[in-house]
Design a protein around this ligand. Structure first.
Ligand SMILES: NC(=O)c1ccc[n+]([C@@H]2O[C@H](COP(=O)([O-])OP(=O)(O)OC[C@H]3O[C@@H](n4cnc5c(N)ncnc54)[C@H](O)[C@@H]3O)[C@@H](O)[C@H]2O)c1
Ligand SMILES: [Zn+2]
Length: 292
């Protein structure tokens, strides 16, 4: 641990003293983490697909990472949409239907309830890589959706972004999107896919999602970076910490002296950078960490 890290820890109101943190690097001491949380004035929860796994929404890595014979992440690209918009819309139609039927779980609710209890005396921000809308449905108010939202569309021509909860999003997608391995191909004509309703435009709509290889919205990224750069405590929940730029947020916060706690089923490439590591399903570990 560097001298500057020591200095930063001492300048914050976090209770853990430097020697304790040295001794408890990657500690799983829940009472000690809760002590740090009590002293914190600014808290960030950085979440990934793992927080929604217990709501039945597949993650991209691990058992749920395949849709038909495709790796899910390979369909979340501008190239896939260009070469087969019908296939990519079927994939997103499937994901919208799964997310719409899912319910926020104990992990989402613990975060929203913590904000409701402490939002008046602490700044509590949730930065999520998820696009399923479950944090908002759980009641989280201060929410930054880094990668967009399944229930928003963007016109490829006029760029208008609109909320859209229709099910199905267009007639041609009704009954489509089955994830089964034996379903092959996708042949919906482009003219039957969702289109911009503005008479003067009529462009093809796409999901308002930041796909792999695309840039994050600069204003959204800036807001997230600001929250990350001032927080005293950060909870990193259910993310494999391999998708940038979000993957560097928590290691950077830890390096400048914020107390970072990771909640995951298994260690990630970033685990060794953090102070606390709580292994297990976050639907169980988060309510413990955030309880009174
Ligand atoms: N729910 C969603 O909105 C959703 C779903 C899949 C993918 N994505 C997108 O795909 C990208 C994937 O990156 P990522 O890091 O978010 O997810 P990821 O799929 O790469 O990793 C998921 C992580 O969650 C952990 N995990 C799984 N179940 C867990 C549980 N019950 N409790 C705690 N941890 C658990 C896994 O060990 C893994 O480290 C992101 O850009 C995201 O936008 C979003
Ligand atoms: Zn348009």
């Amino acid at each position: 641990m560097s001298i500057s890290l020591l200095r930063t820890i001492r300048s914050t109101v976090v209770i853990c003293s430097f020697p304790k943190i040295m001794a408890s690097r990657q500690s799983s001491d829940m009472p000690k983490f809760r002590e740090a949380l009590r002293s914190a004035k600014e808290i960030v929860v950085l979440s990934g697909a793992g927080i929604s796994a217990e709501s039945g929404i597949p993650t991209f890595r691990g058992a749920g990472g395949l849709w038909r014979t495709y790796e899910a992440a390979s369909l979340a690209t501008p190239g896939a949409f260009r070469s087969n918009p019908s296939l990519v819309w079927e994939f997103y139609h499937y994901r919208r239907e799964v997310a719409a039927k899912a319910q926020p779980n104990a992990g989402h609710l613990a975060i929203a309830e913590y904000e409701a209890r402490h939002g008046a005396d602490k700044k509590i921000t949730v930065i999520t890589q998820n696009v399923d809308g479950l944090h908002a449905r759980a009641g989280t108010n201060d929410l930054i959706e880094l990668h967009g939202n399944l229930f928003k569309t963007r016109c490829t021509k006029c760029k208008e972004v609109l909320a859209n909860n229709d099910s199905p999003i267009c007639e041609a997608l009704a009954g489509r999107g089955a994830p089964d391995l034996n379903v092959r191909g996708s042949d919906i004509p482009i003219s039957s896919l969702p289109h911009c309703q503005k008479a003067e435009c009529g462009g093809l709509l796409r999901p308002h999602i930041v796909w792999f290889g695309e840039n994050l919205n600069p204003a959204v990224l800036e807001k997230a970076k600001t929250a990350m750069s001032t927080c005293d405590v950060c909870l990193v929940v259910g993310t494999s910490s391999v998708v940038y730029p979000a993957a560097m947020f928590a290691p950077e916060a830890a390096a400048r002296g914020a107390i970072v706690a990771e909640f995951n089923l298994e260690p990630t490439p970033a685990t060794s950078e953090f102070h606390f590591y709580f292994q297990g399903p976050c639907g169980t570990t988060l309510p413990q960490a955030l309880a009174e």
